[in-house]
Design a protein around this ligand. Structure first.
Ligand SMILES: *Cc1c(COP(=O)(O)O)cnc(C)c1O
Length: 357
């Protein structure tokens, strides 16, 4: 192939300026214990029928939509199936934001894809803080949100695990009723199901809930998510979404994952993971190498170490966790809740740190 480089000045400025999203999987790390992407340690098997792959699939497979609507306590018209919650984020930005003109509001530190998506569509970021969201009054929050079209509330928040109350979410939605969409990202809601905002959909037209099968449902490899909202909010998104976003293979697996026995199994696994998280929290709080631990919801724990070098030490030994810069400090670590053997590796690592001090 030619050594020539395609000229960069052909690119729009916002694309030229992009820093690629560094996902937990894109870094080509080598390791033996993977606790860096909030995946589930449980894997399942499914049955597939592959005889109709010459035909295009149902754009929105009705059996999956119906099963998810039932699981969420909603009607089928309130549900859109997407290629992961990430596609939901992208569809909201592409559908509701004017490129080069609008902004989205987010509360830092939070999930990185809101900013990556906005940047790639030349939509500005109104960067607010979790502190404002959790401690601020609704008036202060609304003032800071200003004219932003989308307000992303990650609940529980990745990577801090903090929860925004449903009272606050509904007050924000009310104040923004005919102005903006309040997007509640519930990627981890199965770990604290009573906190879901689905009940608010009855009263508020401008709340959008994002869900995924990647976390508690243990199907990160499937790439399936759902957008839950009022049918009139979904109508323009249905025009923007790709014609056949969900393959027949994915639809068959998603349908099986949403059967009632599979949901019961998922809930059992959540109970086990929540219990394991409580134990990991104790280990971290007892460790002399740990500065502070954020005690929140979700299948992960985020902690600040005294010495960042200890994170590298874990990585080198094959124990892969997710390092973070939070609040301007680069010694934070997010640990996904794995199975017993995986968490044992974390314990062993913590013990080596304890003995050095
Ligand atoms: C993991 C995660 C997602 C992405 O979900 P996918 O369905 O795998 O695209 C979205 N939001 C948050 C907060 C997440 O942590």
């Amino acid at each position: 192939m030619t050594k020539q480089l395609f000229p960069k000045d052909i690119l729009p400025d916002n694309i030229n300026a992009l820093a690629a999203y560094s996902s937990a999987k894109s870094q080509k790390l080598t390791g033996s214990t993977w606790l860096n992407a909030n995946e589930s340690p449980y894997s399942k098997t499914f049955e597939l029928s592959l005889s109709d792959l010459n035909r295009y699939p149902d754009p929105q497979p009705q059996n999956v939509i119906d099963a998810y609507a039932q699981y969420a306590g909603l009607t089928a018209e309130q549900v859109l199936m997407t290629r992961g919650a990430d596609e939901g984020i992208e569809l909201l930005v592409r559908t509701y934001c004017k490129s080069g003109e609008d902004s989205i509001a987010l509360f830092l530190p939070t999930y990185g894809m809101y900013k990556v998506t906005a940047d790639s569509h030349n939509v500005a970021i109104n960067a607010l803080t979790q502190e404002l969201l959790l401690e601020g009054s609704v008036e202060q929050i609304i003032t800071a949100v200003g004219n932003s079209k989308l307000v992303f509330i990650c609940n529980p928040n990745n990577p801090t695990g903090s929860l925004t109350t449903l009272n606050k979410i509904s007050a924000i939605a009310k104040a923004l009723e005919n102005k903006a969409l309040v997007v509640v990202d519930e990627a981890y809601i199965e770990f604290c199901p009573q906190q879901t905002a689905t009940t608010l959909l009855q009263d508020f037209i401008n709340i959008v809930i994002l869900r995924t099968l990647s976390k508690a449902f243990a199907l990160a490899g499937l790439r399936t998510g759902f957008m839950l909202t009022n049918p009139s909010v979904l109508a323009p998104i249905r025009k923007v979404i790709a014609p056949y976003p969900v393959s027949r293979v994915v639809a068959q697996i998603a349908e099986q994952a949403l059967q009632s026995d599979a949901i019961t199994q998922m809930r059992r696994q959540v109970t086990i993971l929540n219990r394991a998280k409580a134990i990991l929290l104790q280990w971290l709080e007892a460790s002399p190498a740990v500065n502070q631990v954020l005690n929140g919801q979700g299948n992960f724990v985020t902690a600040q170490l005294k010495d960042k070098a200890n994170i590298d030490k874990a990585m080198k030994s094959g124990l892969i966790m997710r390092p973070f810069t939070l609040y301007g400090q680069d010694n934070w670590l997010r640990i996904s809740i794995g199975n017993e053997q995986e968490l044992e590796q974390v314990k062993l690592w913590l013990e080596t740190l304890g003995s050095e001090l």
